[in-house]
Design a binder for this molecule. Structure first.
Ligand code: NAI
Length: 256
């Protein structure tokens, strides 16, 4: 089924994994993918959220329950996807958590929890998926980064560390995997309306005002803006693009 959302090149029938695909940005990415005819596996912890997403997105959406912070369970879920679909063409590492505290109050456990979900799990999922992509000689990996890796943001020390590492890992993977036909890129969303930003900004009017002051386009983004960018990077329209961190931010990263 080809829809007006299909980008140039054949994307219909490809197989994608979107982590954290049950809500927010991940759900919007999964929606764009399913509309373009991609078999889209959404991975998350919350069974109810995943089944609501399945109901919304229809038969091209395939939920899998997995807590990615439980690293040892990752290889078996990736194996299940390969067994069921025979291929993995696209991986979107989107699942992430945030934690807002002043540095003196961040415990070792707090720090490690964010790093495990936002960084180590991204590495482990990517490594397992890459094994399959190398066999195919093709693939597109998209990591969801953040403005926290573009400039210094106070009170999100672990989150900033994790997302900055994601940008470095994106470049390292792009260089290592380019010769094997695998492209690796990142998207750095600006301030996008989701539950995560609701919590982070509505509790902090000063921070919210700052966001708007340095966003030339003057408003927050929609989750579908990130979905559009992910579909582009996953598609053959981006076949010569690898190793980039693409800001989708209304100009926030270059705002004065
Ligand atoms: P969200 O909280 O709506 O979505 C995050 C998803 O990840 C949820 O579905 C959650 O269940 C899942 N998840 C978290 N930990 C998990 C785990 N251990 N195992 C499996 N699934 C897990 O948040 P949002 O805003 O949609 O964020 C998505 C990504 O975009 C995150 O990586 C976030 O850092 C990034 N981002 C978001 C921005 C925004 O403005 N909303 C800005 C910049 C980056």
């Amino acid at each position: 089924m080809s829809t007006r959302n299909s980008p140039p090149g054949r994307i219909e029938g490809k197989v994608a994994i979107v982590t954290g695909g049950g809500s927010g940005i991940g759900l919007a990415i999964a929606e764009k993918f399913t509309q373009a005819g991609i078999e889209t596996v959404i991975v998350g912890r919350d069974e109810k959220k995943l089944s609501q997403a399945k109901e919304k997105l229809g038969k091209k959406c395939h939920p899998i329950i997995c807590d990615l912070s439980n690293l040892s369970t990752i290889p078996s879920f990736v194996c299940d996807v390969t067994r069921q679909f025979g291929q993995i063409d696209i991986l979107v590492n989107n699942a992430g958590i945030n934690m807002k505290k002043i540095i003196e109050e961040v415990t070792d456990e707090d720090f490690q929890k964010v790093i495990t979900t936002n960084l180590t799990a991204v590495f482990v999922v990517s490594r397992e998926v890459v094994k399959q992509m190398v066999k195919q000689g093709s693939g597109s990996i998209i990591n969801i980064s953040s403005m926290a890796a573009q400039y210094g943001l106070p009170k999100v020390i672990a989150y900033s560390a994790s997302k900055t590492a994601i940008d470095g890992m994106t470049r390292a993977m792009a260089v290592e995997l380019g010769p094997k036909g695998i492209r690796v890129n990142a998207i750095a969303p600006g301030f996008i309306i989701t539950d995560m930003t609701d919590k982070a900004l509505n509790s902090d009017p000063e921070r919210k005002a700052k966001v708007f002051n340095r966003t030339p386009m003057g408003h927050m983004g929609q989750t579908s803006d990130i979905g559009d960018a992910a579909l582009f990077l996953a598609s053959d329209a981006a076949k010569y693009i690898t190793g980039v961190v693409l800001p989708v931010d209304g100009g926030n990263s270059i705002g004065f």
